[in-house]
Design a protein around this ligand. Structure first.
Ligand SMILES: [Zn+2]
Length: 260
């Protein structure tokens, strides 16, 4: 399927990434320089453009380019998350972590490692409630406190949010976007890894569900999910997919092609 994708726009995009290296989207003020992103294995160049998009909500991005976002919810976990970071680093794959503030406060050193290694962190609330059933003030407090916990641990503000259970109303998406600037990030592939179906099943669901612009959901608090990742990532790389963070993926949305 991916053989049909023309290389020209991909190369144009990659050179755009180089051209945009002087922008300030690199975390913690770390500067990279044109030509420094040569050791690309599983990722696109780390200084690709980023965006929070134009829509209130995304479960995928419209693009014909073979870029996908791998996302992990509910961590950080004291042992599973570092093991995941090790295997992502070995493959130069960048992911996005939707953390809950209770864990972010408990493991700030893991949070800082995520940022230092080029991953992105998003807001997944403090107490993991069903936001759709909460008052505006209740939702506001959950998001604000998680936002502040992420900034306090890493110095980098989250730019997207994911509602626990994917539960959120259209009205909430709209005011959260206006008030926090966050698009709501859902997913297009759910392997139901939290039901612990076994690493082989998790991997095959993620690999078979992947398509250009997709957002893969997983949880870095389950050992079986981490066990599934070497195979998942290696198979997806073998099929020609490249991993980017959520805001990098949003920057790739084809103009005029966005489904509203
Ligand atoms: Zn969650």
């Amino acid at each position: 399927m991916l053989k049909t994708i023309a290389l020209t726009p991909l190369l144009a995009l990659l050179s755009l990434g180089s051209a945009a290296l002087t922008t300030s989207c690199t975390p913690l003020g770390k500067k990279t320089h044109p030509g420094s992103e040569t050791a690309i294995v599983g990722g696109a160049p780390t200084a690709l453009p980023t965006s929070t998009g134009t829509k209130d909500s995304y479960n995928r991005v419209s693009t014909s380019l073979p870029f996908i976002a791998l996302t992990f919810d509910d961590g950080p976990h004291p042992t599973h998350t570092p093991r995941l970071l090790d295997l992502l680093k070995a493959r130069n794959v960048k992911a996005t972590f939707y953390v809950v503030a209770t864990n972010a406060k408990r493991y700030p050193e893991i949070m800082r490692r995520m940022v230092a290694e080029g991953h992105e962190i998003g807001n997944h609330t403090v107490n993991h409630p069903n936001l759709a059933k909460m008052s505006a003030d209740g939702v506001r407090n959950e998001l604000r406190a998680c936002h502040d916990a992420i900034v306090s641990a890493t110095g980098v503000a989250p730019r997207t949010m994911r509602p626990p259970y994917g539960a959120i109303t259209a009205a909430q998406k709209s005011w959260i976007r206006q008030e926090f600037g966050y698009p709501t990030i859902l997913w297009s592939v759910d392997p139901e890894d939290w039901k612990k179906p076994g690493p082989g099943v998790v991997a095959s669901r993620l690999v078979s569900g992947a398509s250009p612009g997709c957002i893969l959901l997983a949880h870095d608090i389950h050992a079986g999910t981490i066990d599934a990742m070497p195979s998942t990532v290696d198979q997806l790389l073998g099929r020609g997919f490249r991993f980017v963070t959520v805001t990098q993926l949003l920057a790739m949305e084809t103009p005029g092609d966005a489904r509203r």
